[in-house]
Ligand binder design. Structure first.
Ligand code: PRP
Ligand code: URA
Length: 210
């Protein structure tokens, strides 16, 4: 598709995502699966983190090995559904700081409306992972990335569970510098801006609000 778009269709991810898509899967299991998939995805999302040589003394000898060179990471969920991806990511990068961007999609215009933004003070020096399970029209993610760029952040990766081609296209156009990581590329949007086949409303399924 494009070297900035990474579809992480590992068998474990496909299996867990299939269960999430099932309309009979309840809130508890949905939340646990999103946790697990997010953790699996972060393995690939962080594949290009820089490392440096360090010396370690094993019980047998001294060796030269590699550790992360300490590039600071920020995790930025888009409220509210992005919150469901935070724990899985944090379990592998526990020293990351967490920022929040509150956006909702106006149901009539499908345009994103910002209602909250609180970021770590040094965000502009961090690799920021923007989290949202659903990339539909791409309006919310594009707006979130624009807010971050306005605040001086330029090292950004977008992590989604399911994307529609329309959403990926939008991010590619608005933010060609941003790598997009998705667990699945779906077919298209319906007339209400929902991803088909998708999994329905991620926020409602995650928090049990419908
Ligand atoms: C959903 C989803 C994304 C957005 C995707 O959020 O979590 O943020 O829609 O749609 P887009 O790509 O067309 O912008 P929603 O607005 O339903 O808010 P919620 O997370 O609070 O439920
Ligand atoms: N937001 C969702 O939660 N689901 C979709 O399919 C599209 C936007």
């Amino acid at each position: 598709m494009n070297d900035k778009v990474h579809v992480l269709n590992h068998p474990l991810i496909q299996h867990k995502l299939s269960i999430m898509r099932d309309k009979n899967t309840g809130t508890k299991e949905f939340r646990e699966l999103l946790d697990e998939i997010s953790m699996l995805m972060v393995y690939e999302v962080t594949r290009d983190l820089p490392t440096e040589v360090t010396e370690v003394e094993t019980p047998l000898t001294l060796m030269r090995t590699r550790t992360l060179s300490g590039i600071p990471i920020g995790v930025v969920p888009i409220l509210r559904a992005g919150l469901g991806m935070v724990n899985g990511i944090m379990s592998l990068v526990p020293n990351a700081k967490i920022g929040h961007i509150g956006l909702y999609r106006d149901p009539d215009t499908l345009q994103p409306v910002e209602y909250y933004c609180k970021l770590p003070a040094d965000s502009e020096h961090r690799l920021l992972l923007v989290l949202d399970p659903m990339l539909a029209t791409g309006g919310s993610a594009s707006a979130a990335i624009s807010f971050l760029k306005m605040r001086g952040c330029n090292n950004i990766k977008l992590v989604n569970l399911i994307a529609a081609p329309e959403g990926v296209e939008r991010i590619r156009k608005d933010h060609p510098d941003v790598d997009i990581f998705v667990a699945a590329m779906d077919e298209r949007l319906n007339d209400h801006g929902y991803i088909l086949p998708g999994l329905g409303d991620a926020g409602d399924r995650l928090f049990g609000t419908k």
